[in-house]
Design a protein around this ligand. Structure first.
Ligand code: ADP
Length: 361
């Protein structure tokens, strides 16, 4: 059979994106096809650089083309993060705003927010991180930016704060803008105004694939404000496995759903303790948050065991170290990042999270 561009495209219509359940031609992912005799060069554009299933797509494309007698396949994989539809005027340069929330404090919400941001950045995405936890900002410590104040620049829409570029992330935290150690006591309207200024009015965000917003724990004013002023792609809910944490986490899930922010998934933090000899010890009732996700019909993004390094690196403001030394820690974080990126792509393709899911370990 003579290889033609049409034959190649027809064949690629048989290759489905394993998370989006549509073929890669219909999804607009096939960008360039050059046929040279029996050989084919093509580019496939993934919907996120953190795509966890790029190997599957590569294998399926090559197999499909081999099936029609293509000789050499020169496949280039690129990525262009897809974004959510935007409310008029609200941060058009930011493709996806992802809220990270929790039912209660101390469950590792900020830790997850920071490591999701760093993991997406390491995969090649342009990422911003905002401390929306205006009552108890953790980012100055976790990013090692205590005492650093962002610069103010003149823009077309007035004087604005330029986020700090730190660890490859564009970060803004209320901790840089108020006196350290001073208690932050906000009444509802003040919290609303502070978040709006930080996110919309006063910050000059660059073009971003993902903006991760670390919210205060619980179901207060800040999540409400966030969902009112911008179109949030979705929320991640962090929980520890014990029942008391799960009860509060389910309330946080219901809150996001009521606010119209799809819950992209649940993270089980501190799922167990991994001893230096590699043995795993159940402390809080491993599987509790996973069970909650299943009961509520939500995607489960994964678990993070308790790792002393994670706490040490967080306190030292060195988040990349979490991806560099301890293999178990790196794998659990990278798996979380990949699953979140997949859920974001699915949300943007208007696919519900109840669609059948491919499990890749
Ligand atoms: P939250 O934002 O929910 O209040 P943090 O992210 O600030 O919680 O985490 C609380 C503390 O627990 C921090 O000192 C953090 O370093 C530590 N921590 C969080 N998750 C883990 C984990 N999986 N292993 C070890 N320490 C953790």
């Amino acid at each position: 059979m003579t290889i033609t561009r049409e034959a190649v495209l027809n064949q690629l219509r048989k290759v489905n994106d394993p998370e989006l359940f549509k073929d890669i031609v219909t999804l607009g992912m096939v960008k360039e096809v050059v046929v040279d005799g029996n050989d084919v060069a093509l580019t496939v554009e993934l919907t996120t650089p953190a795509c966890p299933l790029k190997d599957v797509i590569e294998r399926d494309v090559k197999q499909a083309l081999a099936d029609i007698g293509v000789g050499e396949v020169r496949l280039t994989l690129t990525a262009q993060t897809r974004g959510a539809e935007k409310k008029q005027g609200a941060l058009p340069q930011v493709k996806n705003i992802i809220a990270v929330g929790a039912g209660k404090g101390g469950v590792g919400k900020s830790t997850v927010a920071v490591n999701l941001a760093v993991g997406l950045q390491r995969a090649g995405a342009a990422v911003g991180l905002m401390d929306g936890d205006i009552y108890g900002p953790s980012l100055p410590t976790m990013l090692g930016i205590k005492g650093q104040t962002p610069t103010v620049i003149d823009t077309d829409s007035g004087r604005k704060i330029r986020p700090l570029l730190v660890h490859g992330l564009y970060a803004i935290t209320i901790g840089s803008l108020v006196e350290p150690e001073k208690p932050l006591i906000w009444r509802g309207p003040m919290a609303h105004a502070a978040l709006k200024q930080l996110l919309l009015d006063n910050t000059h965000w660059p073009e971003l694939d993902y903006l991760i917003v670390d919210l205060p724990p619980g179901t207060g004013d800040v999540p409400l404000t966030l969902c009112q002023i911008v179109q949030v792609t979705g929320a991640v809910v962090v929980a520890t496995p014990q029942q008391v944490a799960i009860d509060d986490a389910s309330r946080a899930v219901r809150m996001f759903q009521q606010l119209g922010a799809p819950v992209l998934g649940v993270v089980e933090n501190m799922s167990c303790f991994v001893a230096p000899d590699g043995s795993e010890h159940d402390i809080f009732g491993r599987g509790g948050a996973k069970g909650m996700a299943e009961t509520m019909g939500l995607p489960f993004l994964g678990e993070i065991p308790m790792f002393p390094e994670l706490r040490i690196n967080s306190d030292a403001g060195k988040p990349h170290a979490n991806f560099e030394h301890n293999v178990r820690l790196r794998q659990s974080l990278e798996s979380l990042v990949g699953r979140l990126a997949g859920e974001v792509s699915r949300a943007n393709a208007n696919l519900t999270s109840t669609a059948p899911k491919l499990e890749v370990e």
